[in-house]
Design a protein around this ligand. Sequence first.
Ligand SMILES: *Cc1c(COP(=O)(O)O)cnc(C)c1O
Length: 373
Amino acid sequence: MADAATESSWCEISVPKIAGNLLSTLKRMPDNTQLCAVVKSDAYGHGIENVVPLLMEQNIGCIGISSNAEARAVRSAGFAGRLLRLRTATPQEVKSAIGDRIEEMFGAPAAVRSLIETLGQEALPKLHISLNAGGMSRDGLELSTARGRAGFFEMLELVPDQIVGLCTHFPSNEPVELAESIQRFHDDQAWIFTNCDLRRQDVLVHAGSTLTLHSGQDPKADMMRCGAILYGIAGPRPDFQSALALKSRVVSIGEYPKGSTIGYDRSCCLSEDKVLASIALGYANGYSRRFSDGGEVLIRGQRLPVMGKISMNTIVADVTSLPAIDVGDEVVAFGQQGSQVISSVAIEDLTGTIMADLYADWGQRNARVVIQP
Ligand SMILES: *Cc1c(COP(=O)(O)O)cnc(C)c1O
């Protein structure tokens, strides 16, 4: 783990906040619904090794991942329970992760056929059939067409003993659309349990994510798969809190006269004399060029404007209003300092994307400094 004292840009990860978010999530789960805790993209940038022990403490039975590397990280952290891949994998990918006992998700008979060709019938992992009930049209099987229904029977015939789950993913949690998707998923299940040998009690039915949980609508599944909420993305304060802060340090301070231009393309020109601080953060750390107009940082508890274009490894802030500043001062680009906060709303407005996108990016591009309880 990195040490904040020697880093010049880092993600500060709060384990207690993730633990709090997890407890608040468990309290909100509908009756008789388990949580599949999603840790894809290295736990949305927070580090799988920081999250898995919390999940084990709460006896979470299922963890959702995407890549084989993530599956290995979850196993290395000591989790022996159910590991679910949240997308279809290639046969080669499945084959190289057999030892990690991943349950795989499939929605196309052709993909199941090539899986059998590569692995042989004996080595097949447990499988979940993914349905396109909500209309993601990503990798789910579409049961509204005769072809899709024939495909379902074909999959059952190919892997009669491997199917342990039925699932779907909702593309929209807008109330009317979500209600429609839930109904569609129930209709699909009714058709399945009426028309084939698969029995309801033999499969785990799962659907829904963070926004479904927030919607208050209950998909009446055995399990919901939630990621974002664990990391404080969406969810009312104070029950849910951001567990990641993006931080950096002042590396240089200079006085520049009126008329000086700042950064590439001279996009910013000083209308008066200023004190400017150079900060060791840039687009290589995921502090995107979209912060070029309107970005703000916190230094010594004060909110300060970012000036000029974002460089690869450096940004410049106007620190003229600060009574004192030193090289090495901590800079908050996202998160809290004193009574000030750079909020998710501000960041999402400025960047035009969602926090999950940014967390996944920041978490990979910066050292992580972990706050333990
Ligand atoms: C990422 C993912 C989830 C979790 O979504 P959140 O919005 O982060 O809760 C659930 N299911 C699938 C299939 C996913 O890919």
